[in-house]
Design a protein around this ligand. Sequence first.
Ligand SMILES: [Zn+2]
Length: 75
Amino acid sequence: MIQNGNAMTVITDGVQEMSECPKCGGTDIAMILWGFPPDSEFLKEEVKKKKIVLGGCIVSKNDPELECNDCGWRY
Ligand SMILES: [Zn+2]
């Protein structure tokens, strides 16, 4: 009896690579930044360009990491 424990690892590794919205298929994806937003000009620019969305200061385990700029879907 052989148990394959690697299958789950492969699936979770692929999540970060996702660049398409699973809901509308749009590719305008922003990264959601949780926790304390550092006061930097670079970050402000990225927020302005909708590359980064500030999620808030309260961080939990199930927070979404990406947001679609087309339909607002978070995942
Ligand atoms: Zn979308």
